[in-house]
Design a protein around this ligand. Sequence first.
Ligand SMILES: [Ca+2]
Ligand SMILES: [Ca+2]
Length: 225
Amino acid sequence: MFKGKVVAFALMLVLATSIYAGTVDDCTSEAGISGCTTMQMAICPAGDFETFSEACGGTGAYVWIIARDASSNPIPGIPWTDYWMNACDPDAQLCLCANPVNADSLTGDNGRTTFTARVIRGGGCVLEDGIWWAIQGKPIKTAESDCEDNLCLSIIIKGPDLTGNTTTGGPDCLVTLPDLIPFGISFNKTYPNASFNACCDYTDDNSVNLSDFAYFGVHWQHKCQ
Ligand SMILES: [Ca+2]
Ligand SMILES: [Ca+2]
């Protein structure tokens, strides 16, 4: 009898928690970047390249989100694993590991959390059109477009994994021999040389040289963990 009551109470608690947690609304929720106008971030499938805090050239930069429900009430307590992101440009889709990006903490009472000393686990290159951000599977929309278009955060992404996917020709979440080809073509080239590839310029100095190759070496044969 006592056991039955405990189970009933636990069920009520679960129910109450799920109601309290609310359902994320992609129109009322918001996201943005802090620290500069456009972030530049190098990524690796092993999750050991740049953090958001370094993506504005110094330290302390971050992405922020505010999760709200359809009534614009903030949603606290969203787990730090409940996020997803990718390129707004359909031709520049990233390869992402199973758990590509984590927040700093649960969303607070104001529905807000940040992504600071965190990485993106994956491969690919996004030079234009930015990155959309999803909370619990829902990409956040821009307020201006009556909630039709994804909000695209101004983030440039680079990294050693640029190719290897035999279907798309894009990244395959592995840093292996095929990735050495685009790097080799761009090696010792400087903007605006036609062979300069900004995707291989991890140090953001408009030149692909030995300092970038050193990073390529560090991430050689890295993959999702
Ligand atoms: Ca690859
Ligand atoms: Ca460079």
